[in-house]
Write a protein that binds this ligand. Structure first.
Ligand SMILES: NC(=O)c1ccc[n+]([C@@H]2O[C@H](COP(=O)([O-])OP(=O)(O)OC[C@H]3O[C@@H](n4cnc5c(N)ncnc54)[C@H](OP(=O)(O)O)[C@@H]3O)[C@@H](O)[C@H]2O)c1
Length: 282
């Protein structure tokens, strides 16, 4: 595998330089993103290894577990290395495995934010992301976020699963530094949002970046993976790094082996022809 790369490895998120190859901490919980992980020691190893390998951006949410992911991050990594940025999210109520209810009322978000600050053992969340917007109460939600930023409880604010109009509406209240939408080489629904974020210097953070549980999606990458001597998961991630310089990657895994494999996506050199074939999948 060639070590040459043709993309920037870092991005300025708000006022912090982070490595674009980050880690998503949703998978270190139990089945259905509920309760503790099957192998807690491995989950702690994954977090420590991510930082050892140079990850400086970790994504989590109060709803992962709920609370489990944030608790494990603090257990494994606190006191945090100075260059580590932890982005968390609020806006979902959890009632059981695979059950997610949007709740972005200020009273829910206040409790969620206080909980995240306590679990992560910080006085300020560096990146607080609104997990979902509820159009019926968007103004109230945005006013709440503006307030907690003014109070200093959150430094930067991001949004998730939003269109350009919602981003613009939120920006009447605060600066939006990042947008986290579902996106991958096989799923380009949010291409226009990605472009808007690139044009306005916001990070675009694709979730489900490898489309990994869909065997038919990931198998579309098999031919190119064989050509470059990489795995399909690595090719999916490498394409994202090439596709737009404001993309931050947060591939999720519960295993050190997969983490190490995913991190090596940064080392793959794709030719213009291979990139074109991958572009054409969308
Ligand atoms: N904003 C939102 O609404 C939202 C929604 C979902 C997720 N997220 C965030 O986005 C992050 C990434 O999304 P995601 O975890 O859903 O999807 P993903 O990163 O595309 O895929 C994760 C899945 O792929 C498997 N996997 C990872 N690396 C692999 C490899 N090298 N080979 C084979 N299988 C591999 C994992 O299983 P193993 O554990 O076995 O590796 C896991 O089942 C999450 O961790 C979370 O932080 C945000």
């Amino acid at each position: 595998m060639s070590k040459e790369t043709s993309f920037k490895k870092e991005f300025t998120l708000g006022d912090r330089i982070v490595r674009r190859m980050g880690y998503g901490a949703m998978r270190i919980t139990g089945k259905g993103i509920w309760g503790p992980p099957r192998d807690k020691a491995e989950a702690v190893r994954v977090l420590k290894r991510a930082v050892e390998l140079g990850v400086t951006f970790i994504d989590t949410a109060d709803s992962y577990g709920p609370h489990v992911s944030e608790d494990l991050i603090a257990e494994a990594l606190y006191p945090y290395p100075p260059d580590l940025v932890i982005g968390t999210k609020g806006g979902f109520l959890r009632t059981g495995p695979d059950q997610w209810t949007v709740d972005v009322r200020p009273e829910h978000l206040k409790n969620a934010l206080e909980g995240s600050l306590a679990r992560l053992k910080v006085d300020q969340i560096e990146l607080y992301q609104l997990h979902r917007v509820d159009p019926k109460i968007a103004d109230k939600t945005f006013e709440f976020l503006q307030g907690v930023q003014e109070e200093g409880l959150v430094k930067h604010i991001g949004l998730s699963e939003v269109g350009v109009d919602e981003i613009k509406k939120a920006e009447e209240y605060f600066e939006v530094v990042s947008v986290q939408n579902m996106y991958s080489v096989n799923n380009r629904k949010w291409e226009s949002v990605l472009k808007y974020c690139e044009d306005t210097d916001k990070a675009f953070i694709p979730w489900y970046p490898m489309d990994a549980s869909k065997a038919d999606s990931i198998s579309k990458l098999d031919a190119i993976s064989r050509e470059v001597g990489a795995t399909s998961h690595q090719v999916a991630l490498c394409w994202l790094l090439h596709h737009s310089p404001n993309i931050l990657l947060i591939p999720g895994t519960s295993s050190v082996e997969h983490l190490e494999e995913n991190m090596k996506a940064e080392l793959i050199a794709l030719t213009p022809g291979q990139l074109k074939k991958l572009d054409d999948l969308g």
